[in-house]
Design a protein around this ligand. Structure first.
Ligand code: C5P
Length: 398
């Protein structure tokens, strides 16, 4: 899925981040988008319309009463053929106007009269962002189904630090790509496990699997993008929760099992990406184990429940997807795992090349054989995986 041919109205409002909108317009143009720009009067104080015109090769619109639009209906015309209106930067003032349906200049009129989607990339001072009035407006905008790209936290032009920095142009482009993902899982409920589990040895020590959680989080995000309502049961990782995803934090395999049991009812799809620890201590030490004259402690383990196999063995199970990170013989192991766990689909990869990385090279194994997803960023791989799942569900319905 690319952005080639997408028609975007880039709306710019008054904020110092407006200087980044030039780069954003350039990136969108490079991605094959048709970019038309409309600026508020305040935006033109930060960057000139001439700059935006040179970058997009198109007339830039700033005035509701522009005589070039013969019947003064530019608010209708300028957005009618667009696939998306993107406001970047979106100032606190402009977001407030959108939240209340005000239309007193060209851009706010275009927004109110739109038929296409609307995405905003907020950019403002941290105090403005934190202000309860702004937060109330943001809630209203979300309830109205308006998509958000950011903001991020960090240094601000005013010298303060905190939430409200506009996302970098490349990250905004990634959000637009996400926005245009096909909604193949609309109305579906998806349950995802991600990350490692930690099994306590004593109050300060654990046994765990190496897992960054990146693949599981990418799957949760991609499922949300595809229109599903998503619950993510996550082991301990340091990743941000994907927007719109319900996240439940756990530490041990037993806790993950309990949360999956609680959430599985009514789920249509279960995707088990977590690297669940296979064993736990039979009896964790109640107090920290002390070193004792060079004698190492002997630890006794017992097996953890196999969460995926349990879900797959339920009556009327959700469509189950297992992951197999193998250190060798990927195909044979994946096929054996598919049979052993009783799941219709296994996503397999070489553990060494995926661990902690941003890229992956997954091969899918189902009843029809194997399907390589090539190599690419985990989010892209997750999108392909979910497209495959949606296809299998569609076929099963026929
Ligand atoms: O059994 P193995 O770890 O090889 O299988 C991997 C798949 O099974 C993954 O999808 C993993 O999330 C799932 N799994 C599980 N519960 C376990 C062990 C693995 O759900 N206790």
């Amino acid at each position: 899925m690319t952005l080639k041919g997408k028609k975007i109205l880039l709306g710019m409002t008054g904020g110092i981040a407006a200087y980044k909108a030039g780069e954003l317009a350039r990136l969108l143009g490079k991605a094959g988008c048709d970019v038309r720009v409309a600026m508020t009067e305040a935006a033109t104080r930060f960057i000139t319309p001439v700059t935006m015109q040179a970058l997009t090769g198109q007339t830039v619109w700033t005035d509701l009463w522009d005589p070039r639009v013969t019947d003064n209906m530019s608010h209708i015309e300028l957005s009618r053929d667009r696939d998306l209106i993107l406001i970047a930067p979106a100032s606190a003032d402009f977001l407030a106007k959108v939240a209340h349906g005000l239309a007193d200049d060209l851009l706010s009129t275009l927004v109110l009269a739109r038929r296409c989607g609307l995405m905003v990339a907020p950019a403002m001072n941290v105090e403005m962002w934190d202000n309860p009035v702004t937060q109330r407006n943001l809630r209203a905008l979300r309830e109205d189904g308006i998509a958000f790209a950011g903001p991020a936290a960090g240094d601000q032009a005013c010298g303060e630090t905190g939430m409200g920095r506009m996302l970098e142009p490349a990250d905004i482009v990634a959000e637009i790509e996400a926005f245009f993902q096909p909604k193949a899982l609309a109305g579906k409920r998806v349950l995802v496990t991600a990350g490692p589990t930690e099994e306590p040895i004593d109050p300060v020590r654990v046994i765990t699997n190496s897992s960054s959680g990146k693949m599981g989080y990418a799957v949760a995000r991609a499922a949300r993008e595809a229109g599903a309502s998503v619950t993510l049961v996550s082991g301990p990782v340091s990743l941000a929760t994907p927007a719109g995803v319900r996240r439940v934090d756990v530490r041990s395999a037993q806790q993950m099992f309990n949360e999956v049991k609680a959430a599985v009812e009514g789920s249509d799809i279960f995707i088990s990406v977590a690297a669940v620890a296979d064993w736990r201590m039979k009896k964790p030490f109640a107090k920290k184990i002390k070193k004792a004259n060079g004698r190492a402690p002997v630890l006794e383990f017992e097996e953890n429940p196999d969460i995926l196999a349990w879900v797959a063995a339920r009556k009327n199970p959700p469509f189950c997807v297992g992951f197999a990170a193998e250190s060798e013989r990927v195909e044979a192991n994946a096929k054996a795992k598919r049979a052993r766990k009783g799941v219709p689909l296994i996503a397999a990869n070489l553990a060494q090349s995926a661990l902690g990385a941003d890229d992956n090279a997954i091969t899918l194994y189902d009843a029809r054989g194997s399907h390589s997803l090539g190599r690419g960023p985990k989010l892209e791989q997750a999108r392909k995986l979910l497209a495959h799942v949606a296809g299998m569900l569609q076929k099963a319905k026929r």
